[in-house]
Design a protein around this ligand. Structure first.
Ligand code: FAD
Length: 321
């Protein structure tokens, strides 16, 4: 059954986040040959429309307004709801990002629809759109189908591969004028922390440190290894609580959920709350001096040893490549 599906492109600092293209790919599956309409919200976003089309969207609707320069739940929900009302879609897809997690329940409640959140896979089976999502902190997966109303889903970044970019694709980019009003919160200023290198939630390689790293200085070697591999540094809550690094690096149940191609866990015990954020990584390498550490239960490759010996050896070897 062909459907019209709206897909939100997520804009950060003037650029589209990769999850936007992954959402288009999910939208294509849900549309089953129907139309995928990308929605871009911000102060000036029309120039990003072409990329959404090149990654598979059929056309783009933008909502541009100076009040939408930064994300606010009120502003973005007014904008997205206006597009939903104008387009009347049968499906909606957002990234399961900080923005998507905040915005999607608000939109679903306004529409009176359900919401299948944090999906790691979408497939068409037996005439149904089947969503797979982790439950019990990633210990199991459930499959869901939507039997009534709008098919509304959020997708976990780095799980649904984007379509191949096709620069020959063209499509309409039209703007919808929306009167954004009665904002209960206004962003006066955005103070960004000087982030080093790759965005953690979209990184293909993550080198993460735990309490075993023992100090903030201890993280320097992890940063060097991450840089060599073109990746990002992450941390357990143990390391953040000990003030070895900033909480923005925390991975886990109460931190970021990541799905890189390679996750190197250094001095992390593997508590269930940490595994909830990384156990879906494609390849997990664990370095721990305790052979009984729980992290080895999810690791594809385990190195029993002192990370202060092993990490410098890895750096030395990768420098040769
Ligand atoms: P530890 O458990 O202390 O482990 C350190 C490990 O380092 C040990 O396995 C040790 O053998 C190893 N080690 C020590 N020295 C070396 C060395 N030289 N070389 C190699 N290995 C070494 N945790 C998270 O990570 N993310 C979350 O989002 C999160 N959310 C939570 C939510 C709740 C409600 C609760 C209750 C807890 C949460 N936690 C979370 C905390 C979690 O339970 C653990 O306490 C935490 O993950 C432990 O961090 P760690 O593995 O770095 O430290």
């Amino acid at each position: 059954m062909a459907r019209k599906v709206l897909v939100l492109g997520e804009v950060r600092e003037g650029n589209l986040r990769n999850v936007s293209y992954e959402a288009v790919a999910a939208g294509k599956l849900i549309a089953e040959g129907g139309e995928v309409v990308a929605v871009l919200i911000g102060e000036t976003v029309a120039s990003l429309g072409a990329a959404m089309i090149q990654y598979g969207a059929d056309r783009v609707v933008t909502v541009e307004n100076e009040q939408l320069k930064n994300y606010t739940p009120d502003g973005y929900s007014q904008a997205l709801l206006a597009v939903v009302n104008a387009e009347n879609p049968e499906g909606i897809v957002l990234g399961h990002t900080a923005l998507g997690k905040d915005l999607s329940p608000k939109i679903a409640s306004k529409l009176g629809s359900g919401l299948v959140s944090d999906c790691v896979n979408v497939e068409v089976t037996g005439g149904n759109i089947v969503f797979t999502r982790p439950i019990y902190s990633g210990k199991a997966f459930e499959k869901k189908i939507v039997t009534d109303g709008v098919i509304f889903a959020t997708i976990r970044p780095n799980n649904i591969p984007p379509l191949e970019k096709d620069e020959s694709r063209t499509g309409d980019v039209a703007s919808l004028a929306v009167d954004i009003k009665d904002l209960r919160s206004i962003i006066k200023d955005v103070v960004t922390k000087a982030s080093e290198g790759v965005d953690l939630s979209e990184a293909k390689v993550i080198v993460a440190g735990g309490r075993g790293v023992k100090s903030a200085e201890g993280f320097n070697a992890l940063k060097e290894l991450a840089n060599l591999l073109g990746g990002a540094v992450g941390a357990s809550r143990g390391a953040c609580d000990a003030d070895y690094c900033d909480y923005s690096l925390q991975i886990g149940q109460t931190g970021k959920v990541v799905t890189p191609d390679l996750y190197i866990a250094c001095g992390i015990s593997g508590a269930i709350q940490h595994l909830a954020g990384m156990s879906n990584s494609k390849v997990i390498v664990a370095i721990n001096k305790d052979p009984e550490a729980n992290i080895f239960n999810v690791a594809d490759y385990g190195i029993v040893g002192d990370l202060f010996d092993v990490v410098p050896l890895l750096i030395e070897e990768f420098k040769k490549v």
